[in-house]
Design a protein around this ligand. Structure first.
Ligand code: CTP
Length: 411
């Protein structure tokens, strides 16, 4: 997506730098427009270096390009963070006395504003009225959070965390980077759900994977124009319409289906919870209670690591005639910290072990991920970059993952 990030002149302007990185790291193209006052808090050099684009706040720069018209028309999304009382007032009044307010008047896509100011300013009748006007025009004005403000004061008026603004911004664009066609015609294969390892014809060893994150990935990939193949193990939610579905039950079946899909695949995302072990033997008939009173003993054997196998299979595939493009492979890692290392350290080691292009790290606590509708992840790239923590619905996370894959594919 093309995003314009407007930055108002408040102390929270420094937090917009983290927000900018969240956007760029998930593959979006961002132009920053600070107000004159904002450049007193964070200089234009910072915005230029982080966005990779020249930065201006005046309609008098590059007059021949008529920047406010171009930027406003081309933006798929405009986010203003922090939106100060002054920016809210100027936007509500329809002023166009600098590049940001001029661009806002030319906006064709969604606009999201994240206010930050002292509590008295936020509660002032003038600001309340301005927020109401902006909302009545369809602009999303996020509620500021409560907490410590610039000085010793505290109360509502704090800029929400960058991860929350990021989530709200993507939600305003219909759930994400929807529809810019970054994966038009590309084949995305996603493994989804939890495998079941049969003990006998009626029993299995399973896991709690709901499949929600995998389905959200499928939606995100479809929204980018991809052809989606789901290698679908057991899931609690239905797949979106428009996917090719290969149903599997066990890890071995899942591996076969993934490897079969691989030659035609441009992006593989291993979102399935694959059982690491299976019963050494599957009884052909239902296991009965023993008459002699002894309990059965289960022997488990290791399942293949499908992600690792896919990475190894890729090496053979890429050298082969008839394959013209790269194959991006991504994995998920659910990690807790332990006595030896924190979750990030474990995830970095896992990324190296698996050899995939990037790993999506879920930091898991007691019941933070399975079945939940939202998620917090960090994207670790084999190139060494790591995103700031991304928080949001599974769809928002999915959009970030799919955008990251699309940006690697386009490299
Ligand atoms: N995965 C896989 N095959 C397996 C196990 C996992 O392809 N047999 C994939 C998952 O789909 C996920 C990634 O590997 O994308 C990470 O899975 P995880 O279970 O967290 O990693 P493990 O290698 O099992 O590491 P550990 O259990 O030691 O943390």
């Amino acid at each position: 997506m093309r995003i314009v990030l407007g930055v108002g002149g408040g102390i929270a302007a420094y937090k917009a730098a983290s927000l900018l990185r969240l956007f760029t790291e998930s593959g979006h193209d961002v132009t920053v427009i600070p107000t004159e006052a904002a450049t007193r808090f964070v200089g234009t050099a910072t915005w230029e270096a982080l966005s990779g684009h020249p930065v201006s706040n005046s309609v008098w720069d590059d007059v021949d390009k008529v920047n406010h018209v171009r930027l406003g028309h081309e933006a798929d999304l405009i986010v203003v963070a922090p939106a100060t009382a002054d920016v809210l007032a100027r936007a509500a009044a329809g002023l166009a006395d600098d590049l940001l307010t001029g661009t806002l008047l030319m906006a064709r896509g969604p606009v999201v504003m994240a206010p930050a100011m002292h509590t008295e300013m936020w509660r002032h009748a003038a600001t309340r009225a301005n927020v109401e006007v902006l909302r009545s025009r369809g602009i999303t004005v996020i509620e500021p959070t409560s907490g410590r403000l610039t000085g010793a004061d505290s109360g509502p008026g704090r800029l929400p965390e960058p991860a929350d603004i990021f989530a709200a911004a993507l939600a305003a664009t219909d759930g994400g980077g929807a529809g810019d066609g970054a994966l038009q015609g590309k084949r995305v294969t996603i493994s989804v759900g939890g495998t079941r390892e049969a003990l006998d014809p009626v029993r299995f060893l399973g896991n709690r994977s709901s499949g929600k994150q995998g389905m959200a990935l499928a939606e995100a990939a479809l929204a980018q124009g991809a052809l989606v193949t789901l290698v679908l193990a057991h899931a609690e939610v239905a797949p979106p319409r428009g996917c090719d579905i290969v149903r599997v039950e066990s890890a071995l079946q899942l591996r076969d289906a993934v490897l079969e899909a691989l030659p035609a695949t441009d992006v593989l995302v291993m979102a399935a919870a694959v059982a690491d072990f299976r019963p050494a033997e599957t009884a052909a008939t239902k296991i009965k209670k023993n008459d002699d009173g002894t309990d059965p003993v289960l022997t488990l054997v290791r399942n293949p690591d499908v992600l690792r196998d896919a990475v190894l299979a890729r090496e053979a595939l890429l050298g082969r005639d008839g394959r013209d493009g790269p194959l991006v492979i991504a994995g998920f890692a659910a990690e807790t910290g332990d006595a030896t290392a924190d979750p990030l350290t474990h995830a970095r080691a896992k990324l190296a072990r698996k050899g995939c292009d990037f790993l999506v790290l879920n930091v898991v606590g007691s019941d933070r991920v399975f079945g939940a509708d939202s998620n917090e992840v960090t994207i670790l790239d084999a190139g060494g970059s790591e995103s700031a923590p991304l928080r949001g619905t599974k769809r928002v996370v999915a959009d970030a993952v799919i955008s990251h894959a699309a940006s690697l594919l386009a490299r």
